[in-house]
Design a protein around this ligand. Structure first.
Ligand SMILES: [Zn+2]
Length: 158
């Protein structure tokens, strides 16, 4: 990576906090930047500037669990399996407030208005694969709940 690209890279980074936040475009929460005609993940670029090339088959992981962070001190190399296991562990131990809307502990899982709108639009358009069961899994509610949402919309339309 040349000096000019490096300057371009660090100009997009907010180093004011412990995590160095990527301020330009993102994909799935990860920062990204065009480099040598390709789009590269920002945290991978950052890692490689400090540590050199990433060995084949390995991934750069965030020890801080902040996808938008490009602080080399928060980046480490690992396998994809380790990365996936991290995600599973974090999900399992996540505080209740974060997971509440996925569960149906109280029998009436809550969905936001925009989620309801998305469910209706996916179901009504008859998009491939979006039956009530798939939608129920996608949004973490019971399929009966999905059907109630969808039927409500049908009544309004007819
Ligand atoms: Zn960080």
């Amino acid at each position: 990576m040349n000096e000019k690209d490096a300057q371009r890279f660090w100009a997009k980074v907010d180093k004011s906090g412990d995590c160095w936040e990527w301020t330009a475009s993102r994909r799935n929460g990860y920062g990204q930047m065009g480099l040598d005609g390709r789009v590269e993940y920002a945290h991978r670029i950052s890692y490689q500037m400090v540590n050199g090339a990433i060995p084949p088959g390995l991934v750069v992981r965030h020890s801080c669990d902040n996808r938008g962070c490009v602080n080399p001190a928060h980046l480490e190399i690992g396998t994809l399996e380790e990365n996936n296991q991290d995600a599973i562990d974090r999900n399992r131990h996540a505080p209740a407030s974060k997971t509440a809307h996925y569960g149906s502990d109280n029998g009436r899982a809550k969905l936001t208005d925009s989620q309801v709108a998305e469910i209706r639009s996916l179901y009504i358009k008859g998009q491939r694969g979006y039956g009530s069961k798939v939608l129920a899994e996608k949004f973490g509610v019971g399929s009966a709940h999905i059907l109630r949402i969808v039927r409500g919309q049908n009544r309004v339309q007819s």
